[in-house]
Design a protein around this ligand. Structure first.
Ligand SMILES: Cc1cc2nc3c(=O)[nH]c(=O)nc-3n(C[C@H](O)[C@H](O)[C@H](O)COP(=O)(O)OP(=O)(O)OC[C@H]3O[C@@H](n4cnc5c(N)ncnc54)[C@H](O)[C@@H]3O)c2cc1C
Length: 365
């Protein structure tokens, strides 16, 4: 029996595995994917996420991450730009997640790839290759519940997410240098930024009804983006790098559901499996990493899952509440209009909003 059995090798699970193994614990991490893979994500690494990666021994700049210093808010044919209050980075999840899971192996964690957890019974996980057991179970399967957990409720008019990588024309890449473009759409938003190797990542979040209004397919979504002159200009001669976009539906943004932590008594819930902060503010990866750091600290100190969940709630409550207000607000036309014109008059408001939606400073486990 391992000291820690970690289900899921995304950022949260791999971060926890790195630190528990580094602290001398026996870790068994199970990941269903056999190798590097893409994930729906804006790929905007906030300052806190970058700091946590460095604590884990991963330097994103060595992996080709590109700096992002400015935010450009665009709405139809209007735009306003402001400095970010911190240096952010753009790096694909294809590179990042693989590097972190390899770091867990390098730190001494036992990582099994291609292993899908199909159910959990107390300390025992059922998988496609047999049973695995851990004194402490950490559930880090992202948005996906595993059997044994309460099924998530179907969300009425929930969000749908898309991601597509592009190779941009040189002049378009120059327009995007060091900048994240945030385009406000009806019932959603799109983010566009550069990642490693000269790629650009377009990530969109839309309400399900808005997606249906656009015809329920990628062509409709892509055509709608041409209504935003900034995106139309940058993407005009762009070459799509995936045969079709990655998509995900029924996104359950918001604070953790009540009673979540007692679904499976004694298990620790990490990252998105614990709570999904609205993605507009680009701090989900930081929360995933922080949950991994906190969980590792609690496992090594022999603290209970209850203590861990209380600490994590205290760290993330304010960020999730503010991100929720901002993302929901931008979906409402009156708020969107008012916010755009205020930002136009006082661009420093954008800088302030970016600062106000960060996690508190990390003072250790
Ligand atoms: C549209 C969108 C845009 C976003 N943009 C940003 C952004 O720009 N910046 C930011 O910081 N955050 C962003 N986020 C949030 C961020 O992507 C997540 O918060 C982060 O990926 C959570 O990490 P995780 O480790 O909890 O989950 P994941 O990264 O989803 O990892 C879970 C892992 O578990 C594995 N797994 C799942 N089920 C099983 C199973 N049954 N058995 C074994 N393994 C399993 C999966 O293969 C996966 O590797 C965005 C999210 C969305 C939806």
């Amino acid at each position: 029996m391992a000291d820690a059995l970690i289900l899921g090798g995304g950022l949260a699970g791999s971060a926890a595995a790195c630190l528990i193994a580094r602290g001398g614990g026996d870790v068994n991490l199970l990941e269903r994917e056999t190798g590097p893979h893409h994930k729906v994500c804006g790929e905007f690494l906030s300052v806190e996420a970058v700091a946590h990666l460095r604590q884990l021994g991963v330097e994103p700049l060595d992996l080709g991450a590109v700096p992002i210093h400015r935010m450009r808010l665009v709405w139809e044919n209007r735009e306003v730009e402001a400095a970010l209050p911190f240096a952010a980075l753009g790096l694909s999840r294809h590179v990042l997640d693989e590097t972190l899971i390899s770091q867990a192996v390098a730190n001494g964690a036992r990582v099994e790839r291609g292993v899908r957890v199909t159910g959990l019974d107390g300390h025992v996980a059922r998988t496609n290759v047999g049973e695995r057991e851990g004194r402490q179970v950490l559930i880090a399967t992202g948005k996906l519940p595993i059997r044994g957990e309460k099924a998530p409720a179907r969300i009425a008019n929930g969000h749908v997410g898309f991601k597509m990588h592009y190779r941009l024309a040189p002049s378009a890449a120059r327009q995007l240098a060091e900048t994240i473009v945030l385009a406000l759409l009806d019932d959603g938003y799109a983010g566009l930024q550069l990642v490693e190797n000269g790629r650009a990542n377009l990530c969109l979040v839309l309400r399900a009804q808005a997606f249906a209004r656009l015809g329920g397919d990628w062509q409709g979504v892509r055509a709608c983006l041409d209504g935003t002159s900034q995106l139309q200009r940058i993407l005009a001669d762009a070459e799509p790098l995936f045969a079709r976009p990655l998509a995900i539906a029924n996104l359950g943004y918001g604070p953790p559901p009540r009673g979540h932590a007692t679904d499976i008594a004694g298990a620790m819930f990490l990252g998105d499996r614990w709570a999904m902060t609205p993605s507009l503010t680009g701090d989900g990866m930081a929360i995933a990493l922080r949950s991994g750091l906190l969980a590792a600290g609690c496992v090594l100190a022999g603290e209970s899952a209850g203590t861990y969940h209380r600490l994590l709630a205290a760290e993330t409550r304010r960020q999730i509440a503010r991100a929720t207000i901002l993302q929901n607000g931008f979906e409402a036309p009156a708020f969107r209009h008012a916010a755009y014109w205020l930002a136009r008059l006082y661009p420093a408001l954008l800088t302030h909003a970016a600062r106000a939606t960060r996690l508190p400073d990390w003072s250790g486990p």
